[in-house]
Design a protein around this ligand. Structure first.
Ligand code: ADP
Length: 396
């Protein structure tokens, strides 16, 4: 069974075609500059050459069309015809409280995704464009929506409610949802296998450009660090994470910003970029800190400190923890950051082995000899998770 996974952004569209009989990637690529001019980069995994060219993409329809042409072409293709693509799985950012799990797209689901646009104003319209383009270009092929927010739907009311007037929740669905749910689900499920314990208490540290932590029991989310929007939690590449709301009033008055300008700063100019003034990229920060840049070091220290605090609070929330996983760009590739986060948690029974921790980007048990809690690096794979859900919902 072949499944095409689509992650549609407003001007880009990433794709991977999976052979789900053995969970291998047949081809992947990205369409960029959709609506501007259009560029396709296509990489087949069967030894055929890569394809890279400007192709006119006034809308997502032309982008999908171009992808399908390449997937079936003699020169760059990996399947003989479109009929060999059995289903399409779409990443959808926000499913509100309506979607507790992935589902097959029908008119009602499409409408519900549209209804969630106020909650995901940047991503949901683009995700919908991807779904609609596929429907048009591949009529009859089942489409599945996989929501970033559905993992968080098992949180209890006391976890997801904001301590604000209750009518905001009742009338406008304002609550904590959480994001990176597909990654947290993939990694926490893998942790249950690695721990050999189906009801294990697991904390997943998804540390990338955007970062979040999740606490789960038996793969069901108990708490997660992001909120109504992906701005919440601890500092990220460019996002502030949680800040004292009183600071906003002060900054807005002092600099004359309106709320939109303020939010742009919190989303795009804050986090480790804001503190360091150097970069949002952790490799740049590592290099700058190594050369003696104190603000780069401060940004790295702040990041490790805040992640450590979330980690500790999740051990408390879960009443103990069986396993901790590090994933995403920083979590998988930065031994220094993992070490700094875990340092000092030995009294909680959490220790890592500094030799084993030298690994980058590979599933590895990095648990320290005296650690009571298992610690792993688990590379995330959101696309495979989407493909698995799509297979489960569409396989006859
Ligand atoms: P996104 O949220 O965009 O998916 P990723 O999960 O790809 O982000 O993570 C990107 C981050 O991972 C970047 O800040 C990058 O610097 C960091 N990263 C990648 N490799 C390393 C490394 N070897 N050491 C430290 N940080 C790394």
């Amino acid at each position: 069974m072949n499944i095409l996974v689509i992650n549609a952004g407003s001007s880009s569209l990433k794709y991977q075609l999976f052979d789900m009989d053995n969970e291998t990637v047949l081809a992947k690529g990205i369409c960029e500059r959709i609506g501007i001019d259009g560029h396709l980069s296509h990489k087949p995994a069967n030894g055929k050459p890569n394809y890279e060219a400007d192709i006119a993409m006034p809308t997502h329809n032309e982008a999908i069309q171009a992808v399908l042409e390449k997937l079936v072409s003699d020169e760059y293709g990996v399947v003989k015809s479109m009929s060999e693509i059995d289903a399409v799985g779409h990443r959808v950012l926000h499913g509100g409280a309506k979607f507790t799990e992935s589902c097959i797209v029908n008119d009602e689901v499409e409408q519900a995704i549209e209804d969630c646009i106020p909650l995901g104003p940047l991503h949901n319209p683009a995700n919908l464009m991807g779904i609609r383009a596929c429907k048009e270009v591949m009529p009859g092929t089942p489409q599945v929506a996989v929501f970033d927010t559905s993992f968080g739907m098992t949180m209890e009311p006391k976890v997801y409610i904001y301590a604000m007037p209750y009518e905001y929740y009742e009338k406008h669905d304002i609550r904590k949802y959480g994001f990176h749910g597909t990654s947290h689900r993939f990694v926490s499920q893998r942790m249950l296998e690695l721990l050999g314990k189906p009801d294990a208490k697991v904390i997943v540290c998804h540390l990338g450009n955007g970062s979040s932590l999740s606490a789960s029991v038996g793969g069901k989310c108990v708490d997660t660090s992001m909120g109504l929007t992906p701005l919440a939690g601890f500092p990220m590449g460019t996002r502030s994470g949680d800040v004292d709301a009183g600071v906003l009033e002060y900054v807005m008055e002092h600099y004359g910003y309106d709320i939109h300008e303020m939010l742009t700063i919190l989303n795009k100019k804050s986090g480790v970029l804001g503190i360091s003034g150097v970069s949002s990229d952790f490799r740049d920060l590592d290099n700058a800190a190594a050369e003696g840049n104190e603000r780069a070091q401060l940004a790295l220290d702040k990041f490790a400190y805040e992640v450590k605090k979330f980690l500790g609070s999740y051990v408390a929330a879960l009443g103990g923890v069986d396993g901790i996983a590090f994933t995403a760009g920083v979590g998988e590739n930065s031994p220094e950051m993992r070490e700094n986060i875990v340092k000092g948690l030995d009294y909680m029974g959490i220790e890592i082995d500094s030799e084993k921790n030298k690994v980058r980007g590979k599933e590895t048990d990095i648990t320290g000899t005296n650690s009571k809690v298992k610690v792993f690096i688990v590379p995330t794979n959101e696309e495979l998770m989407i493909a698995r859900d799509t297979k489960e919902l569409t396989a006859k």
